[in-house]
Design a protein around this ligand. Sequence first.
Ligand SMILES: O=C(O)c1ccccc1NCC(=O)[C@H](O)[C@H](O)COP(=O)(O)O
Length: 238
Amino acid sequence: MVRTKICGVTNEADLRAVEGAGADAVGVIADVPVETPREVAVEDAARLVAAAPPFLTTTLVTMPDTPAEAVDAADRVGSDVLQLHGDFAPGAFREIRDSVGAKIVAVVDAEDPERARDVAPAVDAVLVDSIDGSGAGGTGETHDWAATAEVTATLDAPVILAGGLGPENVAEAVETVRPFAVDVASGVEARGGQKDHDAVRAFVANAAAAGERIAGDDAEASGGSRTDDDRTVEEVSS
Ligand SMILES: O=C(O)c1ccccc1NCC(=O)[C@H](O)[C@H](O)COP(=O)(O)O
């Protein structure tokens, strides 16, 4: 199984489309020092988070300079997850994690796998992305998936794959990297900051189908042995 996060939602119609597509998570971007059509004001981020239904994981994506700024943004928006772009040391991530109710996702550059290993013990998940020089995401660029597959296979923390994904390549990305989740922003847009609802649906469906193919292949490779998930209702209740 692979989870999906649709990032950079700026309005409620797109939030409903993400929900309707069956995505697992939605990202709102606020308080970033870069020009992006996907940024919303902190107050609007809080409104979008509050408007999300139960069981759709909300994520605030932000680029604070200090742990105090991260905690302040988390408090103001109230999302389930805090996705942090920036060069925080593991100790700073721990400080933030201890001060907020949200789970912490650290964004790391795909070209710096060592950083993923350094920060992983201090956070709840690592998002491996094709970030730009400023540390921002949303570049629309893919990276070396084989290298990220290696990180994914050897890290204890869940790995989220991001960077240049879209409906057309997400299946191959999932099958190559085998991540915990995939994340997309620009690859499912009609124009900057506005989602293409058909593309959002196709992204989620194609990722899920690839996740199921992997699960099927794994079951076959292990000789079709049954797991707890394969039990019938009668077996579970007996
Ligand atoms: O998307 C942005 O414009 C952005 C700007 C500043 C910080 C983070 C940003 N995006 C964060 C994300 O999680 C994106 O989904 C991720 O970078 C993938 O983007 P894309 O390559 O466009 O799918």
